[in-house]
Ligand binder design. Structure first.
Ligand SMILES: Nc1ncnc2c1ncn2[C@@H]1O[C@H](COP(=O)(O)OP(=O)(O)OP(=O)(O)O)[C@@H](O)[C@H]1O
Length: 367
């Protein structure tokens, strides 16, 4: 059986007759060109754009992510997720009149050959989407670049340093802009991976928070949200590809954290057998009812009580930023780094240059 579809400028059907079995399962008129990774439905490009955009709009509306007049900072790394996020928020904001003001906020971790190239993409996105851009660097905030950190502390814990500093840097960048809402491109795959990792580590405190679409620490004026919480990574990539978005696709120079890498691989294997497992894991995480925490005789809950009497939402006594301890994790990491900073005797002899100068500096270096 065959069918002559109406003219379709997007799918550009050259052969006018399409077998019924090739028709889009949603509109039943255009040729299906995609098998949706989320549910294996065969659909056309136009229907894919429509369902994908509508699902994200529904997530935003159902969870009251924005209020009219709100200024929001999109964590923009130049990668696929945050590029699609910036594009999508601009598009939905105009289509549904959310009334939000969007600013791109990028953190330059100082990774030569990776972040400098991806930031060039963000700068192009800024032009393409006509959005303001703020770049904050690790160097200006911490006086360390990730390259220097890896050279000093090794590659093994690079994700820990990068994650802790970037999280705080996003808050500090937003504060600098007077913005109280940071939006990130974390997707369903990231979230399912995190749930799995927290279960495997028995990290109950993090498990409780890991599926929240909005997170906010007590005492912090800055909230974070993840509108792609239910969006599959593969669909985000497909959307970027079909919309011909300009994004940076190289992996970070430093290897992903070993445990996360293993969890990611495991999730991918599960997904290939059962695509719905990503959403299923997120839903399981959302529906987990955790055992009541033990209450101390003084009435305080276990999780809130930490050494020094600090609870989540206090300020670090060193840098003044949010911390659940006396001193925040960023300051603890910085202290360790400073102790090990290579002390370089600067060679002011301008007669030697290039490799000879570097060799001379290396000879003076001590760790
Ligand atoms: N350097 C950065 N500057 C600003 N935001 C960032 C940066 N790195 C990550 N983010 C934010 O955190 C989200 C998750 O980051 P992650 O490192 O998991 O990268 P990812 O999954 O590859 O995302 P992307 O494709 O956007 O790079 C990103 O989508 C982005 O919103």
């Amino acid at each position: 059986m065959s069918y002559t579809p109406p003219s379709d400028p997007v799918n550009k059907v050259t052969n006018k007759t399409i077998k019924i079995s090739q028709l889009c399962e949603l509109c039943h008129s255009r040729k299906a060109v995609i098998k949706r990774p989320k549910n294996l439905q065969k659909i056309c490009k136009l229907c894919f754009f429509h369902v994908f955009e509508t699902e994200i709009h529904n997530t935003i509306v159902t969870n009251n992510l924005f209020y009219k007049g709100e200024r929001v900072a999109v964590g923009a790394s130049g990668g696929k997720d945050s590029t699609v996020l910036a594009h999508m928020l601009k598009y939905l904001n105009e289509k549904y009149n959310y009334g939000i003001e969007i600013v791109l906020l990028s953190i330059d971790e100082g990774i030569v050959g990776y972040r400098d190239d991806s930031l060039a993409t963000v700068k192009r996105n800024q032009q393409q989407y006509q959005l303001p851009l703020e770049i904050v660097s690790f160097k200006e905030l911490y006086n360390w670049t990730m390259d220097e950190i890896v050279a000093t502390a090794g590659i093994r814990n690079s994700c820990t340093y990068c994650g802790v500093f970037r999280r705080q840097a996003l808050d500090r960048g937003a504060e600098k802009l007077g913005i109280h809402h940071v939006i990130t491109g974390h997707n369903a795959d990231d979230m399912a991976e995190t749930v799995l990792m927290n279960i495997l580590r028995g990290d109950v405190a993090r498990l409780e928070k890991s599926t929240a679409i909005i997170t906010k620490s007590k005492g912090s004026p800055i909230k974070r949200s993840k509108p792609f919480k239910y969006s599959y990574q593969k669909e985000i990539v497909l959307y970027a590809h079909f919309k011909k978005l300009d994004y940076f696709s190289t992996e970070c120079t430093y290897a992903p954290e070993a445990f996360r890498g293993t969890a990611r691989e495991f999730m991918k294997n599960l997904e290939s057998v059962r695509p719905s497992c990503i959403i299923d894991i997120i839903q399981s995480g959302e529906n987990l009812v955790l055992k009541q925490k033990k209450v101390h005789t003084n009435g305080q809950q276990n999780s809130n009580k930490v050494a020094g009497g600090f609870v989540d939402g206090n300020r670090c006594t060193k840098c003044g930023y949010l911390s659940s301890n006396d001193i925040c994790k960023a300051c603890i990491l910085l202290e360790g780094l400073e102790r090990n900073r290579p002390s370089i005797t600067l060679d002011n002899d301008s007669s030697v240059d290039g490799a000879a100068r570097v060799m001379r500096q290396l000879e003076h270096m001590s760790f």
